[in-house]
Write a protein that binds this ligand. Sequence first.
Ligand code: A2P
Length: 333
Amino acid sequence: MRIGIVGATGAVGQEIITLLSERNFNLESIRLFASPKSVGKKIKYLKENLIVEKIKQNSFKDLDILFFSAGSSISKKYAKIAQKNGCYVIDNSSAFRLNKNVPLVVPEINSETLKTNTRLISNPNCTTIISLMAIKPLMDLCEIKRVVATSFQSVSGAGNTGIDELIKDTKAAIHKKKFKNKVFDRNISFNVIPKIGDFESNLFTQEEMKLQNESRKILSNKRINLTATTVRVPVIRSHSISLNIEFTRKVNLKNIINALKEFKGIKVQDDLDPNLYPTPHDSSNIDDCIAGRIRIDYSQKNTISLWVVGDQIRKGAALNAVQIAEALRDKIR
Ligand code: A2P
């Protein structure tokens, strides 16, 4: 496979490079693209020093799979050109996620929607992926009516500039200096911000509506209702989500825990000792999401509450994209 990465210097692009080597993807070649300011920069891949290139109209001629992780506008500008050149495009932006003809894939959940004749595939929103890693095994156990989600989202969701802003803002706050926020709507140090993305006409944010719209598409289920409050928190790279899940009938806690344990890509951490609840530190730099605090909700029938954490850069973005590439590679072979 000849691979390309657009946005190779970004938080997700860098992680894709790491994952391709970690998972022995068996590459023939790899080419890296970023903004003009990074052109010529050297990035190590195994023993090779790769040089970051500028994107040109004919850049994608000899590539099999191209990852896009440079934001929606770059995807909209170049993804079609790459497809015309015969590349499979795995797009991390929200540009095409809800297009009818574009599969939106979490490989553990709906890899059957990947077809070799579909050259554009969307990688879902990070909070949606991590939430669904817990929701899907439970949905297979018993029909879900409604999910109420509250997310605690790390700054890595805003890329390297988001991580940088948290660090600089925190240092400034400790030294009692003023810091002018640029990436986030408010100062993020020692704070939480209950707004990610713009507001929609229903007063929910774009990020909140992604959970409803993308989940319904991934799960092929138009009846499931998900309502969310998404919150940015001063955490570097793992998201946490509190899920309150209402089923159509009574569920048993043991069956819930077993269903989660048996699902590939998620671990359970509070099984025997309730003190073992997972935090974002536990899921950082690992592939699996971790569920904990699993309990029957006393306030409403047929309902449970749980907590799930997952590395936003890994399963929330780069790992999911690489898993899509692996599934495609296995189908094309
Ligand atoms: P660069 O590092 O040169 O700015 P993150 O999500 O971590 O902020 O990363 C965004 C990625 O998208 C970076 O690799 C960034 O490159 C890349 N990028 C931003 N603007 C462009 C552009 N106009 N053309 C290609 N890549 C871009």
